[in-house]
Design a protein around this ligand. Structure first.
Ligand SMILES: *Cc1c(COP(=O)(O)O)cnc(C)c1O
Length: 234
């Protein structure tokens, strides 16, 4: 038995006290509840507790939950937080409010094309590999500003900021969050519409306190809301 409403409340209290300590307005930190591997029923429970922003990492699982009867009629704001491959763009375009995991111009190009066909504007973040670990997805930090103009010129999509997954080590995580915040500043200097670039999606159950201290505007929390995941990831 997971105590989802209680867990959410605890996290909101925690966000409040972290923000108070550093003099930040807590309404600038948006909580995304990550429900991967968890059933739609639990997502519904979170939604009923006031949590409308929900994150999913896998296309197939997202599509199943998106269509599931457990959630029908609920205005969930879906966030696709997994790494998005170009050939999967068509499956999720128009169904999610923000895509966090784009790290290639080719994928952004495909999103631009698909959004254009639907006559919508798709919002997205670029994932940056701030830890440099080869097992992680994300654009290399030194590539970001180089490739940014290619992203900026695409119609039908709107870049809103950056996303990263930090190292498990908290000291290192802080450096990586700082790097992401710094990269967003640099990106704003060369962006045609700097005001669009406001989002830093960083911080998970283990490190969201540090992420908030370093400027996160979106924290992605799974375990601390829904409990441990026991199903193995694909
Ligand atoms: C699973 C996942 C999370 C949530 O992780 P927890 O440690 O369970 O809070 C956040 N972001 C991404 C990209 C994820 O895949």
């Amino acid at each position: 038995m997971e105590h989802i409403a209680e867990n959410l409340q605890k996290i909101h209290l925690d966000i409040g006290s972290i923000c108070e300590k550093i003099g930040r307005d807590p309404s600038t930190v948006h909580l995304i509840a990550v429900s991967k591997t968890k059933p739609g029923q639990l997502v519904r429970e979170a939604f009923n507790a006031g949590q409308a922003d929900i994150g999913e990492s896998y296309v197939q699982e997202f599509l199943e939950k998106h269509a599931s009867g457990d959630l029908s009629g609920l205005p969930v704001r879906w966030h696709f937080i997994g790494h998005l491959q170009s050939n999967k763009v068509k499956d999720i375009v128009g169904k999610v409010s923000l895509i966090h995991g784009i790290d290639k111009t080719g994928t952004a190009k495909e999103l631009s094309k698909r959004a254009g066909r639907l006559g919508i504007t798709s919002e997205y973040l670029i994932e940056v590999n701030t830890s440099g670990e080869s097992t992680k997805f994300g654009l290399a930090p030194e590539e970001l500003c180089k490739q940014a103009p290619l992203f900026f010129e695409l119609p039908g999509i709107r870049l809103r900021g950056l996303m990263t997954i930090a190292s498990p080590d908290r000291q290192q995580a802080r450096q990586e969050f700082r790097l992401l915040a710094d990269l967003l500043e640099r990106l704003r200097e060369i962006a045609p519409v700097p005001d669009d670039l406001t989002e830093l999606s960083m911080g998970m159950s283990q490190d969201y306190d540090i992420a908030i201290e370093e400027g996160a505007t979106m924290i992605r929390i799974g375990t601390a809301i829904f409990g441990a995941r026991n199903r193995k990831m694909p």
